[in-house]
Ligand binder design. Structure first.
Ligand code: HEC
Length: 226
């Protein structure tokens, strides 16, 4: 059992750093860490090489792409390249932004207006609607987490409880929410954000509208992953 909520690999290529505390600058360094992490795959990259070399297919394919065939760097590179293909474009909201005014419901349009006017967009923006900056989790309320976020990497006091702002693409499908999974539903997650990050009160109907908007961020799962 890991001690942090597993983030989705979809669209991770568009995140400016990988993992919640941003310790990995890119997909390659993240993949490398997972293979060797004792509570994840608990393997040794060097021991994987002879295992893969036993497979004719892998040998053939690696040799056709990399000059030096199956090697530690090439295994990591291949995984990172594969992950770049795991993007989910063409969500209803993407279509809406491209000019298809009927791609999302009027409820979702209200939700989008609130997402902007209430301030969610200050942190969740850009191609991944998040994933491009760090911020403190718990600005108006203490988040009381046992995980210390960026501090775990930098040991800088100011970085306590600072996390990578997560992408909101496909968010309806990736319950539970927050780095420690404290929110089981999207509604709960939005309530926590409203209180902790914005220090606001929102009416039930407003929260529902934002949830409706968030549901328009489900994109098309690529064939390669089906
Ligand atoms: C000041 C920055 C900031 C603002 C404003 C903000 N968020 Fe967040 N949001 C974050 C951070 C940081 C996290 C990660 C929290 C954690 O450590 O688990 C997060 C997490 C989330 C999550 C859970 C994502 C997941 O993968 O578990 C959702 C959903 C979300 N925010 C939606 C919203 C909505 C909707 C609003 C507006 C009501 C909002 N956020 C406002 C910074 C912000």
């Amino acid at each position: 059992m890991g001690d942090i909520n597993t983030p989705t690999v979809y669209n991770s290529f568009y995140n400016f750093r990988q993992t919640w505390n941003g310790r990995n600058r890119d997909l390659a360094s993240q993949a490398f860490g997972v293979i060797e992490n004792p509570i994840e795959m608990g393997d040794d990259v060097n021991l994987i090489i002879p295992k893969l070399q036993k497979h004719r297919e892998y040998n053939k394919e690696f040799n056709s792409i990399y000059k030096d065939g199956i090697s530690k760097d090439n295994i990591i590179d291949a995984i990172a390249e594969f992950e770049k293909a795991l993007i989910t474009p063409n969500s209803p909201f993407d279509k809406f932004l491209r000019g298809d005014k009927d791609a999302i419901s009027s409820r979702a349009k209200d939700g989008y207006a609130l997402f902007k006017s209430k301030g969610c967009i200050l942190c969740h923006h850009g191609i991944n609607i998040g994933g491009n900056l760090y911020n403190r989790f718990g600005i108006y309320e203490e988040s009381n987490s046992s995980r210390l976020g960026r501090y775990e990497v930098t040991k800088n006091e100011d970085d306590k409880f600072v996390f990578k702002v997560p992408s909101l693409r496909n968010i309806e499908l990736t319950s539970p929410y927050m780095h420690d999974g404290r929110a089981k539903t999207l509604r709960e997650a939005v309530e926590i954000m409203t209180e902790y990050q914005l220090g606001r009160y929102m009416r039930e109907g407003e929260i529902d509208d934002i949830v409706e908007f968030l549901k328009t961020l489900n994109g098309k799962i690529p064939k390669i992953a089906r």
